[in-house]
Design a protein around this ligand. Sequence first.
Ligand SMILES: Cc1cc2nc3c(=O)[nH]c(=O)nc-3n(C[C@H](O)[C@H](O)[C@H](O)COP(=O)(O)OP(=O)(O)OC[C@H]3O[C@@H](n4cnc5c(N)ncnc54)[C@H](O)[C@@H]3O)c2cc1C
Length: 534
Amino acid sequence: MLQIEHVKLTLDEPESTLRQKAAAALRVPVGEITACRPLRRAIDAREGVCFVYTLRVAVKNESRVLARCRNRQVSAVGEEVYRLPEPVPAPRVRPVVVGAGPAGLFCALALARCGAAPVLLERGQGVERRGEDVERFWSTGELDPESNVQFGEGGAGAFSDGKLNTGTRDPRHRFILETLVRHGAPESILYDAKPHVGTDYLHRVLKSVREELTSLGCDIRFGHRLEGPVIENGAVRAVRAAGPEGVCELPATALVLALGNSARDTFQMLYAAGVPMEPKPLAVGVRIEHRQADIDLAQYKALAGHPRLPAASYKLSCHLENGRGVFSFCVCPGGTVVAAASETARAVTNGMSLYARDGENCNGGLLVSVTPEDFPGHGPLDGIAFQRALEERAFAAGGGGYIAPAQRVEDFLLRRPSAGPGRVVPTYRPGVRWCDLWDVLPEWLCESLAQALPVLDRKVRGYADPDAVLTAVETRSSCPLRILRDEGGEAAIRGLWPCGEGAGYAGGILSAAADGVRTAEHILEKLREKERAL
Ligand SMILES: Cc1cc2nc3c(=O)[nH]c(=O)nc-3n(C[C@H](O)[C@H](O)[C@H](O)COP(=O)(O)OP(=O)(O)OC[C@H]3O[C@@H](n4cnc5c(N)ncnc54)[C@H](O)[C@@H]3O)c2cc1C
């Protein structure tokens, strides 16, 4: 197989011309090419907007073509195929996976495909009922602390933009993307440089993944919250879970903790049970909302609005003299700002979009880095106390009912309260209360945001648009603690497998899912060792 880099298409050239471009790069007639598929597609908006492809091409007489074409963009590559471990005999005691977010689902899927179908415990509800609970919260402000944007099938990413990019390379990523496509995600996620599925596709995919898990013998229990591992002689022996019928105890020798970053009560319980943890840096801030047309114009210039161009995004960062980093996070083009609370009387923002990304506004987190030294204490749970204090201030400033405090950027920079929106109408439901965020958030946080806005505006023109809206408070971008595990993925308590974002080993849907698969590999290896020892 040959790989050709940097194959460019103008906005007027259809994808069907890629084959001709590949033939030209290889200096062969088009008929010699037996297969041609995009491996990666990116948009280059630096000088005139164009698509840039990496192609995988099969051609007759490959080595002769490679030697003859003398093109530095062409190389011979092998197909990297990730394979799950060999199946194991069904274990006597099933593994128990806690959490049906990307980490837990992919851990369960890998275990089940390899013959060790687990019990999957999820405190929240299946995506159908969860969708109703979340919609009720957004329209009335009535929060269900067990079924919300953070908790339920699909985990924290179920109401999201469904971005699937990561900064890391891992052979498991392709396996995960292919699994998602097999379950109904759009094929473009296999080659887009910045793939995204949107909330609409995600929900379809989740139902289909559930069907596969069930068909493989996985015992999925929604509405079941882990209450505690039963530990004997430094090892897990059972699991206690609270469900609709009360507390039950399940035998377990492998317990996967795929809890996500919002399982605060569970972290407290685990800490009290002696599970080793450490505090971790995090970032907090606000959501910033612009008109999508303005972001398109800033990024695509004269070509803004071209029908082949997707809603534009951005990625921004700067380092301030006060030592803090400020950066954009989880940008949702054509999306909405969402109320993402999971605890009573604590307001939290985040963002989501549908696959089409065709909403009026573009929103993104605007976050300031925080280290454990900023927390009032320096223990593993002090980051949670820090997040909670901010969320309580935001809730109080909104006046209750999960109304969020908001301010126009111009007013924020002039330190005066906003009275209402300008050109940008906020999308957050159940609604915003206009105020002065300097009265709501700590001075150092506002100071950092105020310093960063003009700097970032120089990178994406209009970022500090006077009418852009800041909505508070964004606190759940990552986990404030890490549950310690060894190189083999196991905690000091044997049989306990911390996994995904909540354990502090992943950030985002794809990396959490990959950590889930990795954890399954470790557990399968342990099961194989046990089998050999018998
Ligand atoms: C609104 C929003 C938008 C986002 N957008 C994106 C995006 O576009 N792209 C991206 O990469 N990332 C996005 N993220 C982040 C992404 O969702 C997370 O990184 C990812 O879901 C982490 O996966 P996880 O499986 O580790 O944890 P989670 O997805 O948080 O899943 C953990 C699960 O564990 C369950 N649980 C917790 N405690 C217990 C217990 N005691 N008993 C039983 N179950 C329990 C929870 O209910 C939850 O379902 C977004 C997050 C939010 C909130």
